[in-house]
Design a protein around this ligand. Structure first.
Ligand code: IPD
Length: 263
C-alpha cells in the first residue's frame, strides 16, 4: 500500500470513529450557502482531526477542505477533504454519509478513500493499483469493478440536488426529462458514496451538477480504477458544471441524455 493511501485510510478511519462516537445528543446546526445547506460542529471537528493527522505526517502538505477552504503547502501534495459528505443524512441519523480523503500530487489524484462507518463500508483506490472495498457483505477487501449495463434503458442511475431552491427546481426539470429513459433513479444523499456505488456496480451511472472537488476527488479515482469513466460535459473534466460517472459503454449514452436534458 502506498504511503499516501495508508495515511488517507488512517485519517478517514479516525474521523469516522469521531463522527460515530462523538455525536452529541443535541447537534448544533448552522446554515451555510442556504437555510438547508447545513454544517455542524461535527463536520468542523472531523475536518480539524483529518488536517491534524495528515499534516502531522506531512507538515508541508496543502489542504483543500469543504469546511476550511484552501491551505496551500509546499510539498506538492494536496489533501482534498470532505469530512462529512451527506451531512443532512447524518443529521437525520440515516446511514448514508462518509468521510472522503483524496491525495493529489501536482494536480493528479493518486490515492482516495471513502469511508462510510454507519454503512460499515470503506472504498479506496491507488492510481494504477486498482480499487477495493471492505465491509458490507465482503469480509475481506474485494476489488471493485463497474457494472456491464450498456443501455440507458436498463441503467440504475443516481443523482443529487443542490441546496438552492432555484437550482433544485432546474435539476428536477432535467430529471423529468431523464427518468423515462432509464431503469430508475436513486438519490441517496452523499455524492461520494453514490460514485463508489458506480465503482462497485451497485449503481450503473451517476450525474450531478454542482459537485466540488471534495465530493468527487477520492470517489472519482475509485471509479476509474474500477474500470469506469468520470468526466464532465463534452470531454470536459468532472466539476461544478457537471459530473458524470458510468462504465465505459454507458458513459456516452448517459452523457448524451444529460446533455439533451439540460439543453
Ligand atoms: C452534498 C451531498 C449530496 C449532493 C450535494 C452535496 P454535503 O454534500 O453529497 O448528495 O447532492 O450536492 O453538496 O453538503 O452533505 O457535504
Amino acid at each position: 500500500m502506498s504511503d499516501l493511501l495508508g495515511r488517507a485510510l488512517a485519517a478517514a478511519q479516525a474521523a469516522g470513529t469521531y463522527l460515530m462516537e462523538g455525536r452529541p445528543e443535541h447537534l448544533e446546526v448552522e446554515a451555510k450557502s442556504t437555510a438547508t445547506d447545513a454544517v455542524t460542529e461535527m463536520d468542523r471537528g472531523a475536518e480539524a482531526l483529518l488536517v491534524e493527522m495528515l499534516l502531522d505526517d506531512g507538515p508541508a502538505d496543502g489542504v483543500l477542505g469543504e469546511e476550511g477552504g484552501e491551505r496551500p503547502g509546499t510539498s506538492g501534495v494536496r489533501w482534498i477533504l470532505d469530512p462529512l459528505d451527506g451531512t443532512v443524512n447524518y443529521l437525520y441519523r440515516l446511514p448514508e454519509w462518509a468521510v472522503s480523503v483524496a491525495a493529489e500530487v501536482d494536480g493528479i489524484v493518486l490515492a482516495g478513500v471513502v469511508h462510510a462507518p454507519a454503512l460499515g463500508t470503506t472504498w479506496w483506490a491507488s492510481r494504477g493499483e486498482g480499487s477495493r472495498r471492505a465491509g458490507g457483505s465482503a469480509a475481506h477487501p474485494v476489488p471493485n469493478a463497474v457494472g456491464e449495463v450498456a443501455d440507458l434503458a436498463g441503467a440504475l442511475v443516481g443523482t443529487g440536488f443542490g441546496y438552492d431552491a432555484q437550482v433544485r427546481r432546474r435539476q428536477a426539470g432535467w430529471l423529468q426529462a431523464l427518468i423515462g429513459q432509464v431503469r430508475d433513479i436513486r438519490r441517496p444523499g452523499a455524492a461520494a458514496i453514490d460514485l463508489c456505488r458506480v465503482a462497485d456496480a451497485s449503481m450503473d451511472g451517476y450525474y450531478e451538477q454542482g459537485l466540488h472537488a471534495w465530493d468527487h476527488a477520492a470517489a472519482g479515482l475509485i471509479v476509474t480504477e474500477a474500470g469506469g469513466v468520470v468526466g464532465g460535459l463534452f470531454g470536459g473534466p468532472a466539476g461544478p458544471a457537471m459530473t458524470i460517472a458510468a462504465n465505459r459503454a454507458l458513459f456516452g449514452p448517459l452523457h448524451d441524455a444529460v446533455a439533451d436534458a439540460i439543453d
